[in-house]
Structures are given as C-alpha cells and as structure tokens.
Design a protein around this ligand. Sequence first.
Ligand code: GTP
Ligand code: MG
Length: 633
Amino acid sequence: MILGTAGHIDHGKTALVRALTGVDTDRLPEEKRRGITIELGFAPLDLDGVGTVGVVDVPGHEAFVRTMLAGAAGIDLALLVVAADEGVMPQTREHLAILGVLGIRGGVVALTKVDLVDDDLLALAADDVAGLLEGSPLAGAAVVPVSARTGQGLDALRLALAAAALGVPARDARDLFRMPVDRAFSVKGTGTVVTGTVWSGTVARDDALRAFPGGAGVRVRGVESHGHAVTAGMAGQRVAIAVTGADRETLARGAVLVHAADAWQESDRMRADVALFDDAGVVLFARTRVRLHLGTAEVGARVVARGGPVMPGATTAVRLVLDQPLTARGGDRFVLRAATPVATIGGGVITDPLPPFRRVPPFAHSGAGPAERLQWMVAEEAGRGLRTSSVSLRLGVTLDELAPLVASLQPGIVEADHRLVEQHRLASAEAMLLEAVDKAHQARPLDRGTPLQPLRSRLGLGAELAEWVIRSAVERGTIRIIDGLVARSGWAPRYSDEDRVALVAIEAMLAKAGREAPSLAEIAAVAGPRVPALMRLLEREQRVVQVGEQRFLNPTAWGEALRVLREGTREVRSYAAGEIREIFGVSRKFSIPLMEGCDRAGVSTRVGDGRLFHWDQPNAAIAAFLDSSSGEP
Ligand SMILES: Nc1nc2c(ncn2[C@@H]2O[C@H](COP(=O)(O)OP(=O)(O)OP(=O)(O)O)[C@@H](O)[C@H]2O)c(=O)[nH]1
Ligand SMILES: [Mg+2]
C-alpha cells in the first residue's frame, strides 16, 4: 500500500510526513536551503490494523509537477494537504485533478497548520476544502484538522488514513511483475540500485528481468523494502532492487522493469480514451504536441482522434503517437500536460498499448469494456489470430481474469494454438481445405492426393493457424496426409472402366517386352492418353519400374536383368557398354535405358561409356528385386 502526498507548495506536506513517520524526506542541500521539496521523498508509515504503508512525499512547487506525477503514479491512497491559513491554492486543485486522472479514489485531507489560525479562519478553510472536494475524486474523504508543529490531530489523522487504506483493494501479487523506476544510483560494492513502487506481481532475488526502454536483460542481486532485505518485493510495496546487467543511465527514472519471461513490449503507437479538463482551455488537433506522463516516464506525444480535434468535456477514443516508445499495459492511466503555457490539461486510459499496425485507428468508441475490446482486437488480427500471451497486457486484465473473459466470448471466438481467432475463420478455412481436396480428387482420380503445401497459403490464415486447421482435420480423421499429399480419409485412387482396360493393356505390353523397355510414347500409342497418370499409379504400386528416361519395365523382367547383370559382373572392374549390352542380351537401344536404370538405383557409377558396379554395397532400391527369387539367373 502506497500513500502519496499532494498539495500546494509550503502547505506542510513534508512536515506532516515527518510528524507521522519521524523521517525528514527533504534531504538535499538545496531543499534545506530553499525550504521546499524538489525531489521525491520516501518513508515508511506504520498504521494500526494495516501494516507498513510506503509514503511518497511530492513537491508542491508548480515547476515540479513533473516530479509530483512520477511520485503519484504508483500510489493507492492520497494525503491531500491544505494549509488552514491559506486554504485552497492552484496546486491544491492541480494535484487533486491529477489524482482524479490517475484513478486514485481513496484518501484523506489534512487541514494543517491549525496552530496558526483561529476558529473563524479554520471554519473558512474547512468550507473552502468542502467546496473543493464536492464532485472531486476525493469526495467523501475525511477532512482532519492537524498541526505538524503541535501534534494536534495526528492520532485522528492516523485513524482516518488506516480507515481509508482498508477501503483500497489490494494489488495483485500474482499478476505480471512491473515496476516503473523512480530513482537509480550506484552503491559501492553493490552496483546499480533502482527504487520504485511495484505496480503488480512479485520480484525476487535472481529473477531475470528486462529493462525498458530497450529491453536489456538484467538480473536481480537483491531486494530491499524500507531498508530491510526481503526475499520478494510485492505489488504495492516500495522496493530497492540491486541489479546487474544495466547501468544507472539505462535505468534512470522513467525506465520500467518487467520479468523477462513475460510478453512485454514497448511501442510508440497506442490506443487510449482521453478526456480534457473542462477548464483546460485547449483543443487537441492531430498535430498538437503535448507531454504524456505514464508511470515515472514522460514523453512528447500527439493525440489523434477520428474526424476532428479532441475537445474538452467528453471522453474520446484516440490514437497516441509518441516521440519515444513506452512500455504500457491496457488500463494504465496517464496525464497530459501542455507545454506552453505549462499546465495539466487532462489525461486518459490506455485501451491498447500494442496495436498491430502503425496507423491503427482508435477503437470504435471510448469506454468500451475488455470483452468488447477483445472482440475488436481478435477481428482486427483476422486470420493471424491474437496471441493469447499478449492479451493480458493489451487489455490490462490479470492472468486470473483472462480465462473467464475468453470463455465468455465463446463460441464466437475460440482459442487455437495459443491464439484467439474468430471461429468462422477456422470453419471457412476447413471448408476450403476440404473443398480443395475434393476438387483435386475429382480432377485427378488416379492420384493418391494433392500436394498440401500450396493449399496452406490459400486458407486465409496465418501459418500457425493454417497448420492448426490441417492438424485438427487430420486428428478428427477428416483428411490424411502421406508423403506431403493430402487426401480425404478413405480415399483410394479410382479408375474408370477405360482405365482398367488400359492398365491390362499396359501390363500385357510390358510383360511381353521383357528387358526391351518401351517408351512412354509407345505405351500411349497402345493404351491411350491417360497413360502418364496410369504409369504414375503403376509405379507407386510397384507394378512397373521406370528405368531410363521415360522407359518402363515389368518388375519381373527388371529383377531378372539385375540378376543376370550381377552374375556377369562379379569381377570388380569397370565394364564397357558393349560388354554390358552382351550380358543383358539386348540391342544398344534397350541396353542404354537398362544401364540408366542401374545408375538411378545406385547399383552403378558411370565410367566413360562403361560402368563400375557396387554389388557389395547394401542397396534398398534393388534388394526386393534381387531377393524375389532364389537369386539364380
Ligand atoms: N506553524 C506551523 N508551521 C508548519 C506546519 N507544518 C509545516 N509548517 C511549516 O511550513 C513550512 C513549509 O512546510 P513543508 O512541510 O516544507 O511544506 P511542503 O508542503 O512540504 O512544501 P513543498 O514540498 O515545497 O511543496 C515550513 O516552514 C514548516 O515548518 C504546522 O502544522 N504549523
Ligand atoms: Mg515538501
């Protein structure tokens, strides 16, 4: 639980923190000299029934609102300090407005320096404060008169703070770890130490982290909270982390530490819902430059709405164009400030920190819930699908919230291969796959199937989901894949009556031809135009053997030829083409394809016109033919 101060300069924030905690957070010489806070101060505060609360003391000076923003970014609870002798002042209002933008609803108002005012003035200041709080984020907060000097009201203030703290929901320590860095320094003997408020999740010694911007890997050497070593730092705690792997400059204020294993990414394009203060007195055109504060980071930005400028008075869905990438999560709050004149003008909520395209349009309307946005995101990713691991980050839902959310969207959206995708895309891809296979069967009934590869890209899906659709069709037994060919389950090549007649003719022709392998053209002359497809089928079924270029042999004849050849070439030497022809006992015209068949099968190597044979080497391509009889020629 983190408590942050807020309020106008000199109203007594630091004095009150000191009175409550005993810690003087104004430690810089310049702070001492000028009597104001310049840097963030930190102190632990023990509250009865609550435990240790981390206090962040912020500066009230109008020139240091940027620092106040870095301090206020991680707080759960506000202590708005108003000096009774001055009442509500400009930074009282500005800080309160900032608390509102950041979504901080819990808090207490300290009406301080009561020792300096009489009852009339106190009543006046109390009225002033009541007017301020009405309709504000702290409406209903306790207003406690106190004096840091005399100690008056401090006990009542502690009670009020404890009561407010108990009303704030705890942060989720099981969620993704993230810590925006507010300070980084070097400690002799330890190295780089960074401090911050853990926004979510848990960090422990030896954890592998990444530091954004840049995403450099760093390792945790140790974790401390309020000066004591702890085994783990958890959401809602102030921690100091000693790290290795990155220097102080990389880890300066504005950096963000996350777990290396989580899907965090930085981006300079985001979607957001933005609202300008009614009294901001500005309108944001697409080219208007503003400063955007998120976490402890600050970047230049443009805010682009659809169809016109962003006007005060309404929440508008926009696209943020950032000068430098930020690491954000859906649901993150940010504050917008104008550069000239310097003023806080409003802020908003990130609705999608990682949109898929650079020129992504804003979401359809502001204020959409996570379910609605998830639906839009999935539709936008179309056939690629939305990686489930990115959803928690993009929507800003915890891992625990994600599963029920996805379940609530089914059956319209389904999860396949760790991606969310619209069910109809998978359905139509599968329909298309089956249709293509059926068409191929129809067009080439003699083939075992159709090549799978060209079909993948036609399914309208990303590679992973295309694979998933194919795999699940196989698993369900709708199709099968053999040797890269896809077929309907139960598909067998189909021949027509004409095919059957042709097959008989071909086999008869080859049986008659013996070792004198006929050419494809010669076979076609006897058996008709479908011979190429029929030969493929016969070859597949090992009813023919292709020897030379487009010449085919009956398998028995091939086996005999091989055995004769082996017998005649026992001697290990190269044999001239003429010798081989004589062994085969055929003319040159038929001897050449037979030799080529041997080369193809790996039985022989060409030496000039002749051959060297490798009968002693194991050869699967011919083993069956050689063993098909006793091995005698
Ligand atoms: N009499 C009296 N003086 C106070 C009280 N609280 C603070 N002061 C004085 O008011 C001055 C400003 O107090 P700080 O605590 O520094 O004020 P701050 O709000 O932290 O100021 P910034 O951080 O610069 O915005 C100091 O001189 C304090 O001593 C109080 O309760 N009574
Ligand atoms: Mg101060």
